[in-house]
Design a protein around this ligand. Structure first.
Ligand SMILES: O=C(O)CCC(=O)C(=O)O
Ligand SMILES: [Fe+2]
Length: 229
């Protein structure tokens, strides 16, 4: 698949720009990736409230990320996704592995300025609903800005799919996952047909592992650069 081929996967009912690619990987690749994730040393996992995560490639930092070698089983997918042109010719150098059990999720957040403004996500093991929210406005309004009234729409991400978010979807909106065990799909899910689902469907969540693959532009080659401009 090339950059040109991406266009057919744009989610036209979402703000610019979201690409949803069903069956980006095969079932065999999915099993292989899950096997590698669970084969990683126990010490690679960090337990957070509502999920656990593995960080690969280094810790992004405003002064630059001290790059760590990404293992081959992940590097393969960094290259595969980068070859779609997702990172303007650069190769992804950072991967977060998130594991969510049914009932777990992630608070609405922005991915922030340490990454090239594109996030790509491969889902393994289960679907989830990724919710999008408008930012907390700086204007004083009379309506309180609750999570509920900032909610805009959702994307259904099925196992083996690839999601690519950039532009306004990355730069302006927040994203999060509710800690539910089941999802009932409504017409607020803007990629239903591309994801092969119907409004009214109820999907039960299993354990989902996501690979969040990004490019960190600012990298330090050696620790000797620490403290310098
Ligand atoms: O699991 C996901 O798809 C979202 C993960 C996420 O938002 C993040 O790691 O920043
Ligand atoms: Fe995120």
């Amino acid at each position: 698949m090339s950059h040109e081929d991406l266009k057919q996967f744009v989610v036209s009912d979402a703000p610019p720009t979201a690409y949803y690619i069903p069956d980006f990987i095969s079932e065999d690749e999915e099993s292989y990736l899950l096997q590698q994730v669970y084969k990683s040393p126990k010490t690679k996992w960090t337990q957070l409230s509502g999920r656990r995560l593995q960080n690969w490639g280094g810790l992004p930092h405003p002064k630059g990320m001290l790059a760590e070698k990404i293992p081959g089983w992940l590097h393969m997918y960094c290259e595969k996704i980068s070859s779609l042109g997702a990172f303007s010719g650069k190769t992804a150098n950072h991967v977060l592995v998130n594991e969510y059990n049914p009932g777990e999720g992630i608070m609405p957040h922005e991915d922030g300025p340490l990454y090239h403004p594109t996030v790509t996500t491969i889902s393994l093991g289960s679907h989830t609903l990724l919710n999008f929210y408008s930012p907390i406005s700086s204007l004083e309004g009379d309506a309180p800005q609750t999570e509920e009234n900032r909610y805009l729409f959702s994307l259904l991400v099925k196992p083996r799919s690839l999601l690519i978010l950039q532009d306004e979807m990355y730069q302006r909106l927040l994203h999060g996952i509710q800690g539910y065990e089941q999802d009932t799909l409504t017409d607020k899910v803007v990629n239903l047909s591309a994801a092969g689902a119907l409004p009214g469907d109820t999907l039960t969540r299993g354990t989902r592992v996501s690979l969040t693959i990004r490019h960190v532009p600012k990298v330090m080659k050696t620790k000797l650069m620490l403290g310098r401009k």
